[in-house]
Design a protein around this ligand. Structure first.
Ligand code: FES
Length: 353
């Protein structure tokens, strides 16, 4: 009979020949996350430390080749024929959300500034029927529209929380409209309330790690505030007790948004605070604004980053500069989760096929 050694619990289970690993674990009430039981959702991932299993057919989106090559298996697809050792990982660093295709309807397009809009979508139909769409705060998705038979796809981070998606089928994105933006220039015309569009995702690894204990700093420049609002709100909703501090940076007062939400969070949670940094000073700036670059303000305000996690999103220059400064100040690389909003590669820049 195959023996399954389970880490980190250091327990052993005896399986029937050709028994399914998930079935064995459930039979012995071993706590493991699972959902579809058919290799589609990826929630039953665990690490095969030694031995071999036969993996039945699964959706590669649930277990990309790179993860499989690194030893991750899907318990629901694993057939046992020899002794193995597995590690049940509830690791914060293992992405459990498969990439999905969602058909969404625009329910609102609300201007947040003169050129930044909140795009709110209702998920009308999702692949993997019956399995709710899930993501981790801080992740992004691709919004896809079709114009004259041409597909236009761009990545945007979710500003809403995973709970909004899972329970209310709602997604919110913050998008800066630019006259030359292939997708953003369609805001208000093709992308208007009532319109249908496709969303693919979630993607990205700069997502909230719920098991971390210690201060959380969420740093967003421009529309990089969107995923940081999601990260901070999710951390607070999860009952995080350590300080959650949001640093929002903008060029000037015309770009500022999200103040009301941050104020609301400050009133609701004692451990939440926020900073507003503006590059340019102008008459009528919000009274809480400081006038210096976001990076300088962050480094001045936080004397010690040891034991913290920093989440960072925004323009590449800002993200790269702040990342370098934080690493120089001794923040371990795996406590820095940065997402730079690189512009899409244009046809002229793309390498020749
Ligand atoms: S439970 Fe969904 S992939 Fe295993």
């Amino acid at each position: 009979m195959p023996r399954v050694h389970i880490l980190p619990a250091e327990t052993d289970l005896l399986a029937d020949p050709d028994e399914n690993l998930l079935k064995l674990l459930r039979r012995h009430q071993v706590p493991i996350r699972y959902s579809c039981k058919s290799g589609e959702c990826g929630s039953c991932k665990c690490v095969l430390e030694s031995g071999q299993v036969k993996l039945k057919k699964y959706d590669p989106k649930a277990l990309p080749d790179a993860q499989r090559d690194s030893g991750i298996i899907l318990a629901c697809r694993a057939i046992l024929s020899e002794d193995i050792t597995i590690r049940l990982t509830d690791s914060d660093d293992l992405i459990a959300h498969p990439e999905r295709k969602l058909l969404c309807r625009v329910v609102a397009l609300e201007p947040l500034t003169q050129d930044i809009f909140a795009l709110r979508l209702h998920i009308e139909f999702a692949d993997m029927e019956g399995i709710p769409f899930t993501f981790s705060a801080g992740q992004y998705a691709q919004i896809v529209v079709e114009v004259d038979g041409q597909e236009i796809a761009r990545d945007f981070s979710m500003a809403s929380t995973p709970v909004d998606a899972e329970y209310d089928d709602l997604l919110e994105f913050h998008i800066r409209r630019t006259p030359t933006g292939a997708l953003s220039s369609l805001l208000g015309s093709v992308i208007r309330p009532g319109a249908q569009l496709l969303v693919r995702g979630p993607m990205g690894t700069s997502y909230f790690r719920p098991r971390h204990q210690g201060p959380l700093y969420a740093v967003g420049g421009g529309t990089g505030l969107a995923p940081m609002l999601s990260v901070a709100q999710t951390a607070l909703d999860n009952g995080k007790l350590e300080p959650v501090v949001l640093f929002a940076g903008f060029r000037n007062q015309a770009d500022v948004y999200g103040l009301e939400q941050m104020e609301q969070m400050r009133r609701s949670y004692r451990n939440f605070s926020y900073h507003l940094a503006l590059d340019e000073a102008q008459p009528g700036d919000p009274p809480q604004a400081v006038h210096r670059p976001l990076a300088a303000h962050l480094l001045e305000q936080v004397a010690e980053f040891a034991g913290s996690k920093v989440y960072l999103a925004g323009p590449p220059g800002m993200v790269e500069a702040i990342s370098a400064s934080l690493l120089e100040r001794g923040l371990p690389e795996n406590d820095l989760h940065a997402d730079a909003f690189y512009p899409p590669v244009t046809a002229e820049l793309a390498p020749a096929a």
